[in-house]
Design a binder for this molecule. Structure first.
Ligand code: C2E
Ligand code: MG
Ligand code: MG
Ligand code: MG
Length: 283
């Protein structure tokens, strides 16, 4: 009898696994076609300057308009893209699309807007990354200073000497570099000092519940003053309340991003927001 149970379990397990593999394969297949079928769209979320209340830039965040499943967020397909290598053409597409969009904003007179694009670990280790970025800039006509690439700590700590070398090659193009989700990974101050970075983005988990959570409040303050002494711009992500806003303003954080100001929106909507030209903080 025990044998029978075992058999059934195996059968159930196999069927389960098959379904999972099939589902994954079909997702992979449709993701493969997504670029070609123009199902991907880059949304943009404003980065707000705390002193002026104006938009200093925007982060590019990819979305997938799936024909059956509707709008899918990056957390649901970036990992699959990373595993399968699809992230390379996908990332290239996002970068090109974002640079083209930022150039269009410039042409509308919004010269000060900087565009931030996320890189994945696999993209970061591609030998031709700096060359690809350089080509994208010259093809789209976007000046290098208007582009920022977001890296994460774990990505750059993987093989740190090589990573520093890549960061220098990127930075030599004249673009800026940001360390995203800062505080979640394991980079040390020793390395932070050696990285050719321009910006630190405080991870959302620390911005949560400030100032009422005293631990988070002091972590955020420590990151802000550390950033200041290393000459880095400090950005807080995930700002949702006016209490968070006033805490960050009081403590001289440079920029912030979050639903309190604006969720990520399509490029044309962001342009409309820019053209209204109102302060995002006091309006
Ligand atoms: P991230 O780079 O840390 O981006 C910030 C995420 O926080 C975005 O989620 C954004 O929509 C969300 N967010 C913004 N403000 C708030 C807020 O006030 N509250 C909360 N709870 N969340 C907020 P999203 O768009 O789902 O992206 C998730 C992650 O997917 C990104 O995290 C990034 O790591 C990755 N990702 C997005 N686009 C790309 C891409 O083009 N390439 C790569 N490699 N990764 C991407
Ligand atoms: Mg990011
Ligand atoms: Mg982040
Ligand atoms: Mg994140």
């Amino acid at each position: 009898q025990a044998k029978d149970v075992g058999k059934n379990t195996t059968r159930i397990f196999t069927r389960d696994l098959n379904t999972r593999i099939k589902r994954r394969m079909s997702l992979e297949e449709s993701l493969r076609n997504a670029i070609k079928n123009e199902e991907l769209e880059v949304y943009f979320q404003p980065k707000v300057d705390l002193r002026t209340g104006s938009m200093a830039g925007a982060e590019a965040l990819v979305r997938w308009n799936h024909p059956d499943k509707g709008l899918i967020g990056p957390d649901e397909f970036i990992p699959l893209a990373e595993e399968t290598g699809l992230i390379i053409p996908l990332g290239r597409w996002v970068l090109r699309n974002s640079c083209r969009t930022a150039k269009a904003w410039m042409n509308h007179g919004h010269q000060c807007m900087q565009i931030s694009v996320n890189l994945s670990p696999k993209q970061f280790t591609q030998k031709d990354l700096p060359q690809m970025v350089g080509n994208t800039l010259s093809d789209t006509g976007l000046p290098p200073y208007a582009l920022e690439l977001e890296l994460t700590e774990n990505m750059v700590m993987q093989n740190v000497d090589e990573a520093i070398n890549t960061m220098h090659r990127l930075s030599n193009l004249g673009i800026q570099l940001s360390l995203d989700d800062f505080g979640r990974g394991y980079s040390s101050l020793y390395y932070l000092k050696r990285f050719p970075m321009n910006e630190l983005k405080i991870d959302r988990s620390f911005v949560d519940d400030i100032p009422s959570d005293p631990d988070n409040a002091s972590i955020v303050n420590t990151i802000i003053s550390m950033g200041r002494s290393l000459n880095l711009r400090v950005v807080a992500e995930g700002v949702e309340t006016k209490e968070q806003l006033s805490f960050l303003k009081k403590n001289n954080c440079d920029q912030m991003q979050g639903y309190f100001f604006q969720a990520p929106i399509p490029a044309l909507d962001l342009l409309r927001l820019l053209q209204r030209g109102k302060s995002l903080i006091f309006s």
